[in-house]
Design a protein around this ligand. Structure first.
Ligand code: HEC
Length: 419
């Protein structure tokens, strides 16, 4: 099976915006941009919560101007009235990801107005938005990330983690998210990492006040379902000033009885393909084990994340949708670099069991040794996946591996969780 990107953005996720002017003010381009930065967007369901946090930030910010950031946040998501065409979010996604430099709009309504005049795809917006509206949108964009470009923000890995099924009133095994500074130069100041539901999804970060270049820190997460059924929370990485820098999601499902817990054999939390030549593939085999005494039904087993398509996860149990009690399912993970660049991803597992530990995958694509017979250079990185990862050195990747190993060792000794 081929890895499939499950965009955190759901329907708003991976769109490429039209570059031509819409015929009239007709139904808009739900279609997309030529994306220059990370093509993720947060799910629509989180929009309300984001608006709320934007409002909070707006309240905390010095009241220097009269623009209304809360109103701007709403306008960013939906144009006034019901014009039947999308607003900014339909092309740019969540602004925190700064797709197509949308955060430059924080400079003010005038810049947005000029952009609307200059970018034909955005031209139709003018008839729906007044100068005051644009100023409010600019004020909202100003609350998202005042100065930073995406590369200068802390990068969570993964951005979505799923605990799977857990008995109500019990606590799932600890999982963790890595927060990285992917820049070779420049610190990132971290104010904290907070959960929107600290009772059900407590989080505890171990991040320093400033994350040095190529540094990383860990956020430990737990799931304590209070009721049966699906549960979800957002984790926000916030700056010392309270601005939300990046967000991600924690998922789980509460159940009356504790189901089996899936496990990787051998126990693995990172597959490091190391260096793989462009034009070749590398493969790793492992097994997904159901150690329990009841069958597990499996809905998904795939690579996910911004560079998910470079990794493929294949397993027979996906086709059969079942892992019998005590059975092991053979899983083959493949990496095929598209360019000489670092790539990372993780495995998304969907089942009615407690989840196996998160399995991260990483690799570094390297240029093939010069062939005797000159052939065309490998195609350049596709813009939609260009995340500036090329700047990350092999040493950094090695550091990650070591860190993961160290964390696994250290993690075992730590206490089981808060409370
Ligand atoms: C139909 C798709 C679409 C919609 C809707 C849209 N944009 Fe854009 N926007 C684009 C594209 C495409 C670019 C990139 C243009 C380029 O780089 O040449 C862009 C670029 C921008 C930029 C960067 C300008 C710069 O100086 O680099 C800003 C700011 C911006 N948009 C703000 C907004 C705001 C605010 C809204 C909502 C009111 C919005 N956009 C709605 C497609 C869209």
């Amino acid at each position: 099976m081929v890895g499939v990107v499950r965009q955190a953005g759901g329907p708003l996720g991976r769109h490429a915006c039209v570059t031509g002017r819409p015929k009239t003010a007709g139904p808009l381009p739900d279609s997309p941009i030529d994306v220059k930065s990370t093509p993720w967007a947060l799910p629509r369901a989180l929009a309300g919560a984001l608006i709320a946090s934007a409002a909070l930030v707006a309240l905390l910010a010095p009241a220097a101007h009269a623009q209304d950031a809360t109103r701007g946040a709403a306008l960013y998501r939906a144009l006034p009235g019901s014009p039947g065409v999308g607003s900014c979010i339909s092309c740019h996604g969540e602004p925190v990801n700064n797709r197509n430099s949308v955060l430059r709009g924080a400079a003010g309504g005038t810049l947005i107005s000029r952009t609307i005049a200059a970018v034909s795809a955005m031209g139709y917006l003018r008839q729906f938005l007044s100068d005051a509206d644009l100023a409010d949108i600019a004020a909202y964009l100003g609350t998202v990330v005042p100065t930073a470009a995406l590369e200068t923000l802390p990068e969570p890995w993964p951005t979505v983690d799923d605990f799977g099924v857990q008995a109500v009133g019990t606590q799932a095994a600890e999982r963790w998210i890595l927060i990285r500074n992917l820049q070779p130069r420049g610190d990132i100041a971290i104010g904290g990492v907070v959960s929107t539901d600290p009772m059900v999804f407590p989080v505890q970060h171990e991040c320093p006040l400033t994350l040095p270049p190529l540094g990383q820190c860990r956020v430990r997460t737990w799931f304590r379902p209070a009721t049966a059924g699906p549960a979800e929370a957002r984790f926000d990485i916030v700056a010392p000033g309270g601005q939300v820098l990046r967000s991600g999601r924690l998922l789980g499902t509460g159940a009356a009885l504790q189901p089996p817990t899936l496990a990787w054999l051998p126990a693995t939390e990172l597959i490091d393909f190391a260096r793989v030549e462009v034009g070749r593939s590398a493969e790793v085999r492992l097994q997904l084990h159901n150690p329990g005494s009841t069958a597990v039904s499996l809905q998904r087993l795939r690579s996910t994340g911004p560079q998910a398509l470079r990794f493929a996860v294949a397993a027979d149990c996906v086709a059969s949708g079942r892992i019998e009690p005590g059975a092991r399912c053979d899983v083959t993970v493949t990496h095929t670099p598209r360019s000489a660049e670092r790539a990372e991803s993780w495995v998304e597992l969907g089942s009615d069991a407690a989840n196996a530990p998160l399995l991260r995958m990483q690799a570094i694509g390297v240029a093939p040794a010069a062939p005797a017979d000159p052939s065309p250079a490998p195609p350049a990185e596709t813009p939609e996946e260009d995340r500036g990862g090329g700047a990350i050195s092999a040493a950094f990747a090695l550091g990650l591996v070591l860190a993961v190993v160290a964390l696994r060792r250290g993690g075992r000794k730590k206490r089981p969780g808060p409370g």
